[in-house]
Design a protein around this ligand. Structure first.
Ligand code: FAD
Length: 322
């Protein structure tokens, strides 16, 4: 039986879904032991209830003004102090911008191993085996820890959300943390206008490529995405051509997404693009070239002119009135 600490990630004063997915992952590794959610933030106590609803056994909170926004120094210090007090057998967090920055630094301080970007945990020969994609998602590697201590980051959208049980509750423990010597300070956050659903956590993604011809063509995707409750993404080709903002880019040098449904519109399927989306559960590709590489990873393919197909899809979806 293990005690696993899982990090609750807060964005805009709300818990991100990955905070709950990590509880599912931890349950597998805890082997009947304790799953403790850790909240590092400022005025975040009221979020504890949601963590219990999603299966946390206990919630540990460090509430400190310096944890209001993520900084490497403040979060690292606070988490290390929690680890010292809790003495867990493992730590898990999302493979998000924060997780990618924080986990290796904490692992180094603990002198522990780290397996990042885990998409599955299985038991083989009474040993937990962690699967991570390698070579831009073209192959998978299975790894284990040599000693008993586990430290992993999990890819968002790969572990089921735990079943919600509003009747659950548990102990909330507040720790003080001594935070000093913060070497980088956030002066200001300039937010881009919201584009609706958060791309990295979206269940449905409609992504456009250079086939959309221009920014106007790209705009038709927003209507389709609205009807599907989807987030809009893009290939680098579309971003480079200025059809949309780089924050939408999916791929090796963009975001990695694993939605339930990915619709690729006018995207050729370059290896660098596939690196960001090929683990999506269902992929639909729309392309006029039947030889396009995107069809190699697609579950369903529509060969044809997207400027004819998208309006038909929009009309049909409007009729369905989902
Ligand atoms: P294209 O390759 O030009 O494909 C356009 C597609 O649209 C074609 O298949 C065409 O048949 C189709 N089409 C055209 N008109 C229509 C129509 N009317 N109806 C239907 N289909 C139509 N790319 C990424 O996406 N993400 C990354 O993170 C990324 N990182 C990179 C990193 C490096 C180091 C390098 C070298 C490249 C990277 N790239 C990345 C670029 C990548 O190699 C491709 O150039 C890019 O993905 C191509 O974008 P695209 O598919 O939109 O454009």
């Amino acid at each position: 039986m293990k005690k696993i600490l899982v990090i609750g990630e807060i964005k805009d004063q709300e818990l991100r879904n990955v905070s709950f997915e990590v509880i599912t992952a931890a349950r597998k590794a805890a082997n009947g032991g304790e799953v403790v959610s850790v909240l590092l933030g400022n005025e975040c106590e009221e979020m504890a209830g949601q963590l219990f609803d999603h299966g946390a056994d206990r919630v540990v909170i460090v509430d400190h003004p310096d944890l209001n926004r993520y900084t490497t120094d403040a979060y690292k210090q606070a988490l290390l102090q929690v680890i010292e007090k809790e003495e867990p057998n493992g730590i898990m967090m999302g493979h998000t911008s924060i997780g990618k920055d924080l986990a290796p630094r904490v692992a180094t301080k603990l002198d522990s191993g780290l397996i990042s970007d885990v998409i599955a945990i299985e038991e083989e020969d009474e040993e937990l085996v962690y699967t991570t994609p390698i070579y831009s998602g073209k192959a998978f590697e299975k790894r284990t820890f040599e000693d008993d201590f586990i430290f992993i980051t999990i890819r968002p959208n790969n572990f089921e959300l735990p079943e919600v049980d509003n009747s659950r509750s548990g102990e909330v423990i507040k720790y003080d943390a001594e935070i000093k010597d913060i070497r980088t300070i956030i002066k200001n956050v300039a937010k881009k206008a919201s584009e609706g659903v958060d791309l990295s956590e979206a269940k449905v993604v409609v992504a456009g490529g250079r086939g959309l011809k221009d920014a106007d063509g790209f705009n038709s995707l927003y209507e389709l995405a609205d009807l599907l409750g989807a987030a809009v993404g893009a290939s680098r080709g579309a971003c480079d051509a200025d059809f949309c903002d780089y924050s939408l880019q999916i791929g090796q040098t963009g975001k990695v997404v694993t939605p339930d449904l990915y619709i690729a519109v006018g995207i050729s399927g370059a290896i660098q693009h596939l690196a960001g989306m090929s683990n999506s559960k269902v992929i639909i590709a729309i392309n006029k070239d039947p030889e396009a590489d995107i069809f190699g990873v697609a579950d369903y393919g529509i060969v044809g002119d997207l400027f004819e197909i998208i309006p038909i899809l929009i009309e049909e979806l409007k009729e369905l009135n989902l």
